[in-house]
Design a protein around this ligand. Structure first.
Ligand code: 13P
Ligand code: SF4
Length: 299
């Protein structure tokens, strides 16, 4: 019922629904496109819809608005926030820049718009290595995810990466441990392990594949069984794309509660009442947009 009402409203209002791979199954099912942060940013630019309903966490909806200042971007539950994105403040970036004036600032897309306005370029987990390789400096200030920073450092050893803050992390991905990897290796030796680079080094260094959530979708065709070291809902997404394959969530408690705040009813209300509209102050948006567009030009 709610789903049909949403479909009708989408047509009437020339709206699209974009959803992140960690959204509730019912929300993924009603979306026009489901993907990772990079794919969703690209979709937001390509779309000619007048309204974008963004089902994900705050920084994702903000990024869609920054890239589409003339469109109405709606975030069904503004309280759905990424805690890691809020671990970094503009003052911290400026302090690090004073200490390393030669450095370039590469910020993970999981940051506030205010922080993005202080970056040279943005990256996502799908392109962080390429973005860091491409910047014209051997010293890179990188934040807020220290685990992703360490992963990028391992792939780009010729540059010096300075994490800001020192210990920024995703509360969901730090749950995974080396013991989890060892347990699954014993239990299902035939299965491959895929890990998100927000996991700790002790996890991603033992994985068969390290990938963004979009990279997981693209690469899952290569094997029949996977143990998935990222947010639990990813397995719903993977199973939908590859019904004949097996996907095991590495931990049942790896749940991003903020991603789960958006229900189908919230999506309906958001479209029907056209709220909650995302707005980014123009001077912040203009600077942040440059840093995001630089990323989109690189990869
Ligand atoms: P992806 O861009 O890989 O989907 O990651 C976003 C995120 O928040 C992971 O926790
Ligand atoms: Fe943020 Fe972690 Fe949730 Fe991703 S899984 S949105 S990084 S809290």
């Amino acid at each position: 019922m709610v789903r049909e009402k949403i479909e009708r409203l989408k047509k009437e209002k020339n709206a699209i629904i974009l959803a992140h791979n960690y959204q509730l199954p019912e929300v993924q099912d009603v979306a026009d496109f489901v993907g990772d942060s990079l794919e969703l940013s690209r979709k937001a630019v390509e779309s000619d819809a007048e309204i974008i309903v963004f089902c994900g966490v705050d920084f994702m909806a903000e990024t869609a608005k920054i890239l589409n200042p003339d469109k109405k971007v709606l975030h069904p539950v503004p309280d759905a926030r990424c805690p890691m994105a809020h671990m970094l403040l503009p003052e911290m970036i400026e302090e690090e820049k004073r200490k390393h004036p030669e450095a370039k600032v590469v910020l993970y897309i999981n940051t506030t718009a205010e922080c993005k306005a202080h970056a040279d370029v943005i990256c996502t987990s799908a392109n962080a290595v390429k973005v860091v390789e491409s910047v014209e400096s051997d010293v890179v200030i990188f934040g807020p995810d220290a685990n992703l920073a360490e992963y990028v450092q391992s792939r780009v050893p010729e540059k010096k990466i300075i994490p800001v803050p020192r210990f920024g992390k995703c509360v969901v991905h730090v749950l995974f441990t080396r013991e989890d990897v060892e347990k699954w290796r014993r239990k299902l030796p035939h299965a491959k392990i895929v890990a998100h680079p927000e996991c700790r080094k002790e996890v991603w260094s033992l994985a068969d594949l390290v990938a963004s959530t979009g990279g997981m979708v693209r690469n899952a065709c290569k094997h029949d069984s996977w143990i998935v070291f990222t947010e639990k809902e990813m397995c719903y997404r993977l199973k939908k794309v590859y019904p004949e394959k097996e996907f095991y969530p590495a931990r049942d408690d790896a749940v991003c509660l903020n991603m789960k705040k958006i229900t189908l009813k919230d999506v309906y209300r958001s479209l029907a009442e056209e709220k909650h509209e995302v707005n980014v102050p123009e001077e912040v948006a203009v600077k942040a947009k440059k840093a995001i567009e630089r990323m989109l030009e690189i990869v």
